[in-house]
Design a protein around this ligand. Structure first.
Ligand SMILES: *Cc1c(COP(=O)(O)O)cnc(C)c1O
Length: 386
């Protein structure tokens, strides 16, 4: 007889044996969190909270339906207008989440004749989006424009060529060479999709994202997506591009059509936080300063971290087990830094992914640095026990 629990517990056992078992935890308030994507510390912003209280009577708690039925509300329209102005594009659509944006967008704009060229370290939502689409997938080496060009040259199609890349890579923190990617895309007549989940609010003038960072001008062959859940400190995502693109997505994107619209309350939060993000550029600058400070402090202690001028700093330790040990021991010292393991990152590259937020004090950062230094010495002497 089928026993689902038996099958699943065996699979769980395998996950545990590989040290890849995960649980959801609720962080205690006195733990300093170095694993949040709330880079600008907007998720608890008191001004937005006050405005929300003030406006709550005017806002529906739920949207009530798909945006194509009756779930489209004025606040979402305002949010879309704000974002398209910020991104200097003709139009914008706000959707449920970054995951839904990527799976829906890729499927909507591609078909079986198309070839999608995807960076090997792209986010899982992009990978899933390509899987759902019927397009052919070609993976190019991480940020390697020569490899990308070779592949664009090699693969021919009657359909479209589409290049997809993270703007700032979620687990590495490095910035895609979008200037070169766009240049190549013009040469080979390809569309470019850039996922600015971690670039929004972080790079480019006033945090306008990776296209702006490279002084590139949006055009109808470039699609920019981004999330409202990271630096914006809310929930949801956006896709920016030409008016025709957005019109087309409204008509064909399954993760827009067959899902309920975001709550007007959530969209209100996104809009208010986004306005703060755009206006208070000092937050972004300070986060980048603090990130540089941590990276340099760690490097000065001989700790080999990867830092690319974004708030994502990774300390690669290789084995899952070591990443977990470091995480657990840091937690005992009052810091939370999540151990990122496969399948989120490639085999053998388990790491501590440290993210800096605006609210971190230099003192917190210094203490973290010292704690990591102490633990790394123990780890090297193999004296770090579970
Ligand atoms: C977080 C993330 C997403 C998914 O966004 P959600 O709003 O959390 O669903 C998509 N792409 C990248 C690169 C991300 O880092």
């Amino acid at each position: 007889m089928l026993n689902l629990d038996e099958i699943l517990s065996q699979k769980l056992q395998e996950i545990k044996q590989k040290n890849r078992y995960r649980t959801r935890l609720i962080l205690n308030e006195n733990i300093v969190n170095f694993s949040s994507n709330d880079y600008l510390s907007l998720k608890d912003n008191p001004i937005t909270k006050q405005k929300l209280i003030h406006n709550i009577d005017k806002l529906s708690l739920g949207s009530g339906a798909s945006v194509l039925v009756s779930g489209y509300h004025l606040i979402q329209k305002e949010l879309e207008k704000f974002i398209s102005k910020f991104k200097q594009t003709e139009d914008c659509i706000v959707v449920g989440s970054g995951y839904m944006a990527n799976i829906g967008l890729i499927q909507a704009i591609s078909d079986e004749e198309d070839i999608i060229f995807s960076d090997e370290l792209n986010h899982a939502s992009i990978i899933d989006g390509i899987r759902i689409s019927k397009a052919k997938k070609v993976i190019y080496k991480h940020c390697d424009v020569e490899d990308l060009e070779e592949k664009l040259k090699k693969y021919h199609t009657k359909g479209k060529k589409i290049i997809i890349t993270d703007g700032v890579f979620s687990m590495e923190g490095d910035i895609a060479p979008l200037d070169k990617i766009i240049e190549i895309s013009k040469k080979y007549d390809a569309v470019v999709i850039v996922d600015d989940a971690h670039a929004t609010g972080i790079i480019g003038e006033e945090g306008r994202g990776s296209l702006n960072y490279f002084n590139l001008i949006p055009d109808s062959n470039i699609i920019q997506m981004g999330t409202l859940s990271k630096a914006v400190g809310s929930y949801g995502a956006f896709i920016c591009g030409s008016r025709i693109l957005i019109d087309y997505l409204v008509n064909t994107m399954r993760s827009v059509i067959f899902t309920t619209g975001l709550s007007p309350v959530q969209n209100f939060i996104s809009l208010e936080n986004f306005k703060i993000l755009a206006k208070e550029d000092f937050r972004r600058k300070e986060v980048l300063e603090k990130s540089k400070y941590l990276a340099n402090s760690l490097k000065n202690k001989g700790i080999d971290v990867r830092f690319f001028g974004t708030p994502i700093i990774s300390l690669i330790v290789g084995k899952e087990e070591n990443a977990i040990k470091l995480r657990d021991r840091l937690l005992e010292k009052g810091f939370f830094v999540q151990a990122i393991r496969p399948p989120t990152v490639p085999e053998g590259t388990s790491r501590l992914r440290i993210t800096i937020n605006y609210n971190h004090s230099y003192e917190d950062i210094e203490r973290l640095c010292e704690a990591i230094d102490e633990l790394m010495r123990l780890l090297q002497k193999s004296r770090l026990s579970f």
